[in-house]
Design a protein around this ligand. Sequence first.
Ligand SMILES: [Zn+2]
Length: 343
Amino acid sequence: MPLVSMRQLLDEAAKGGYGVGAFNVNNMEQIQSIMEAARETKSPAIIQASRGARAYSQDLFLYYLMRAANELYPEIPLVMHLDHGNSFETCKSAIELGFTSVMMDGSLLPDGKTPSTFEQNVDVTRRVVEIAHEKGVTVEGEIGVLGGIEDGHGAGGTGLEHVTDPDQAVEFVEKTGVDALAIAIGTSHGAYKFTSKPDGSVLKMDILIAIHKRLPNVHLVMHGSSSVPKDLQDIINQYGGKLKPTWGVPVEEIQLGIRNGVRKINVDTDSRLAITGAIRKVFAETPEKFDPRDYLKPAREAMKKVVALRMTQFGQAGHAGDYAPISIEEMKKRYAAETLAAK
Ligand SMILES: [Zn+2]
C-alpha cells in the first residue's frame, strides 16, 4: 500500500464516525511503536513530524524510516504528516520531500510564537493549499491559537486567550479550502495543560460543538490532546522523576469531540511519558545495564501500549482494511476536477 493522503483517511473516518490519532515521532523506535500498535489493533495510522523532529532526525532519515514503515506494514493505510508548518517554505519543503499531508499553522507568524492576523493566516494557508492540492497532498489549517509551547513552537499562555470564533472558522474554510481544521478550545501543548481535571470553564467543548454545527462536513482536529494519565506520571515519579501534578484532556471529552466532527487527534505527551517512565524504571532497577536495547525495548513497548489504547478509544481500531488506498496521483486529479472542493 502506498503512503496515502490524510484527506482519504479522514473522509473514511467521517463515514465511519470515528477519530484517528496522529502521533508525533522523532526516531525509529517511536515509528516502530506506532506501526506495531496499528498492526495489533488493525488501525489506519497518521505519523507526524514537527519542524523540531525534522531538525532532530534530519529530513531524509525520517522520510526513509516512514518508507520502511510503509513497506514493512503493507496492510496499514499510513499518512506522513507535517505538524505545525510555520511558513509557506516549510510546507513546500515537506511536500517536495514526500509528506502526504501538511499542517500550515498560520495562526502564528513564521517565528512560531506571535499570533498572526486573520488576513495573514488566510493568505499563507491559501497559498499552501494551492501548491499542496496540485500535488494531491492534504492541508490542515489552524484558526485560533493554542496554549503552551512545545519544541519552541507556540504562543504560550493557557489556551484561553485566542479561542476559535465559529464565524471566523466558517470564513477561514471558505477562503482557504483546507481539508482539515485545527481549532483552539482551551487545550495546550506539552504536559502541563490543566491544573485540575478540566471542566467547561477551561475546556471549551461547547465551542467545538458550535463550530461543528456551522461546518458539519469539515474534519476538525484537536491539538494538545494527550490525556497525560496519572499512572504514566506516577511511573516517572516513582523512579526518580519530578513531574508536578498535571491534567490532560480526558478521553471521554475527546470521544465527545469525535461525536461532533473531530477526526484527527494529536497525541505526543502521552508517548513521551510512556517512554521516559519505562527507561527510568530500567535505570533504577538494573543500574548495571548499559546496552541501549535494554531500555529502548521496554520504552518502545510502553509507547506501543499507550498508542494502541488510544487507537481503540478513538475508534479507528479495526478499520485498517476498510478501503483501498487512493494514490496521491489520483488525489491530484480529484482536486483538479474539484470533486474534493471546499465544503
Ligand atoms: Zn499542535
